[in-house]
Each structure stands twice: as structure tokens, then as C-alpha cells.
Design a protein around this ligand. Structure first.
Ligand code: AHG
Ligand code: MN
Ligand code: MN
Length: 342
């Protein structure tokens, strides 16, 4: 692996090509997907940056398959990714948080051997208040025969991902991804329109500094969850207290914890017994990144990347971040299995 430091001026395109050269069998299709995702990210970043000015704030009249009112930027980001990706000949299908079913590759366009699943804009409720939002993406290889991607291609466990990553539209725009060769971060230089390598080989601290959880749901948590949060807060057991940081954008909370150490929790609660976050295009892609950076991700019982999906917009409870903090969640639920969900 070519060793880069953050000071060397390495564009994402150059980095992707160097990574591809490590795999003589590579066809360049996966590299092409990553280029196209970087292009879509630049288009979305441009819109997000101007969202206070252009007519892109606020909600549309329509709700998505999740029953959530679509923000204008949700729709823009969704279309930007589809348009950037649907004719490159590398994908056989896509799936989006904003679309009920599989997004086929239009007739007349060549199909490739990969599927892309994505959350085009994560943290939508934060758009109008200028709090960081993000995009999350996951790439799996087609496993069915024939030209077009099918639902079976989408419903693969997270350990089958060949690439995943996210973009955070914050004080700067960063793209962070993994192809199973570590985690690498690129910062957009808007003056030249290039993502430049800024965070090579990201590693998450074993023990966190931050706890990200929306404890307004505490009344609906089960006993093991309440105990776990007391442990994270240093009120029980020997763990030193974590500082609570909760932005309300999964990508922003995850990114801060990835760089500084911490754990993001969206536990089971009586009002949302299967959790809120989606397995295929939120939990799994971030779990792949997190494990590649030395962290962990679980639904509280199972390793996230081992969960067998059953439907496209399936939700899961999520504990993701520093390995020791995720392990503490698994131990706490295992030690009180009779009370989980009670
Ligand atoms: P999205 O905007 O893609 O629907 O995701 C929102 C998610 C996630 O970004 C965030 O962590 C979570 O919703 C916040 O949920 P609560 O407001 O229930 O805490
Ligand atoms: Mn989301
Ligand atoms: Mn979203």
C-alpha cells in the first residue's frame, strides 16, 4: 500500500487508482463508482452550501416510503446520485431511502456487476438550521444471474459490502470511505473542486470520549438500556463518564466519534421497537467503515455486519463506535437478556 501523509497533495481519483493497482484482478468498475459518488457529493455540497440562499430549503408536499416528509434537499440529493450513477455501466440496480423499491438501470444503458444502496441526505431535519448533514452509501456485488439487479442482490448481509462510506457537509465537506483496505478521508477544496486526501488510515480510539444518544426516549427504554446509559455516564460500574454530544445527524455524530472516539446509540424503545435507523443504507455502511477503523457496530446483540436482511427499508437498533464501548453494550444486554425489550 502506498503510504501517504495528509500533507502530500493526493486527489481522491489518484488515491482510488493507487488502491485499484493493489488488486491486479480489479476491472476499474468499483473505482468508477467511487469517482461518480465523489462527483455527486460535489453537486450536493454545492447545493447545501447555498441552501440558505437558493430555493432549496424547506419541505416538499410529498412523503417518502418511510412516511417522512421529503425535504427539497432530500429530493435534490436523491436525483443527483441517481443521475450521476445510472449510466456509468458499473451498476445493475440502486436502492435509496427516498424510493420504495429497486431503482433499475434505464433500458439502453449497460449494466455492471454492482449494486449501490444509499441515504442521499442524512439528518434532513437539520438542513434549515445549518447543522451538518450527510450522505451514506454502500456497494455490494450482484449475486443473481441476468442483467438487472434484483431484491436478492440488495438483501445481503453487511459483511458482503465491497465498499462503503459517507459524505459530511459540515464546516468542510469530507468524503470518508473504505474498500476493506482501511478508512481514508478526503476534504473538498472548493477552490479547485477536488477531494484531497486529508485523513489517511483513520483509526477510532478503542475507548470513547463521547456518548451520542437521544435520551428524550428514556421513559420508553427497557431496563438494560437504562443501565447501559448509566454505565456510559459513569453512574454505574467503573467506566469514566462520557461527554454527551448529539447532533441529530447520524453522519455528524458518527464522524466526530470516529475521529475522537465515542459511541452512537439508537436503542430499542417501546415507541420504536425495531429502532429508527435503516440497516442497509445507514447502519451497514457505517459499520463497515467503523470496523475497518478498529471499532465495532451491533444491534445490541449481534455484530451488525452479520445481520441477515429481510426487507429493503428494514430498521435496526444501533450501537456503533469505539470497540470497548460497543462491547459494553453487548455485555450489558447479554447479562440482562430476560429484561431486553421488557
Ligand atoms: P434521515 O434524515 O436520513 O431520515 O436520518 C435521520 C436520522 C439520523 O440522521 C439521526 O441520527 C436520527 O435520525 C435522529 O433521530 P431522532 O430525531 O429520533 O433522535
Ligand atoms: Mn439517515
Ligand atoms: Mn435521509
Amino acid at each position: 500500500m502506498v503510504q501517504h501523509t495528509a500533507t502530500s497533495v493526493v486527489t481522491i481519483e489518484r488515491f482510488i487508482i493507487e488502491q485499484e493497482r493493489l488488486h491486479p484482478e480489479a476491472t476499474g468498475e468499483l473505482s468508477g463508482i467511487l469517482y461518480d459518488m465523489a462527483l455527486a457529493a460535489k453537486m450536493i455540497a454545492n447545493k447545501v452550501r447555498l441552501s440558505g440562499l437558493a430555493d432549496i430549503l424547506g419541505a416538499t408536499e410529498n412523503a417518502n416510503v418511510q412516511g417522512e416528509i421529503q425535504q427539497k434537499l432530500d429530493v435534490f440529493a436523491n436525483n443527483a446520485i441517481i443521475k450521476a450513477m445510472d449510466h456509468g455501466g458499473r451498476l445493475c440496480a440502486m436502492a435509496s431511502e427516498e424510493e420504495p423499491g429497486i431503482i433499475p438501470i434505464p433500458e439502453g444503458f449497460r449494466c455492471g456487476k454492482y449494486c449501490l444502496l444509499f441515504d442521499p441526505l442524512d439528518g434532513s431535519s437539520n438542513i434549515d438550521v445549518n447543522v451538518p448533514v450527510g450522505t451514506i452509501f454502500s456497494v455490494v456485488q450482484k449475486i443473481t444471474r441476468g442483467r438487472a439487479g434484483e431484491m436478492e442482490d440488495m438483501l445481503q448481509p453487511g459483511r458482503r459490502q465491497v465498499a462503503s462510506g459517507y459524505v459530511i457537509y459540515g464546516s468542510s465537506t469530507m468524503l470518508v470511505y473504505t474498500t476493506g483496505q482501511g478508512v481514508h478521508g478526503f476534504t473538498l477544496d472548493p477552490s479547485i473542486g477536488e477531494f484531497l486526501l486529508s485523513h489517511p488510515n483513520i483509526r477510532i480510539p478503542d475507548e470513547g470520549r463521547y456518548l451520542s444518544v437521544n435520551d428524550s426516549y428514556e421513559a420508553n427504554w427497557d431496563e438494560p438500556t437504562k443501565l447501559l446509559m448509566r454505565k456510559y455516564r459513569g453512574l454505574e460500574g467503573e467506566r469514566k463518564p462520557l461527554s454527551v454530544r448529539y447532533v441529530g445527524s447520524l453522519v455528524a455524530d458518527f464522524h466526530r466519534n470516529l475521529l475522537g472516539g465515542g459511541v452512537f446509540c439508537y436503542p430499542w424503545n417501546r415507541k420504536m421497537p425495531i429502532g429508527k435507523l435503516r440497516l442497509l443504507y445507514e447502519a451497514n455502511p457505517l459499520a463497515f467503515v467503523c470496523e475497518q477503523a478498529g471499532g465495532g457496530a451491533s444491534d445490541g446483540t449481534h455484530r451488525m455486519l452479520d445481520i441477515m436482511p429481510t426487507e429493503l427499508h428494514q430498521r435496526v437498533p444501533l450501537f456503533i463506535g469505539s470497540k470497548r464501548d460497543v462491547d459494553l453494550a453487548i455485555q450489558t444486554y447479554a447479562g440482562h437478556s430476560e429484561l431486553v425489550g421488557a
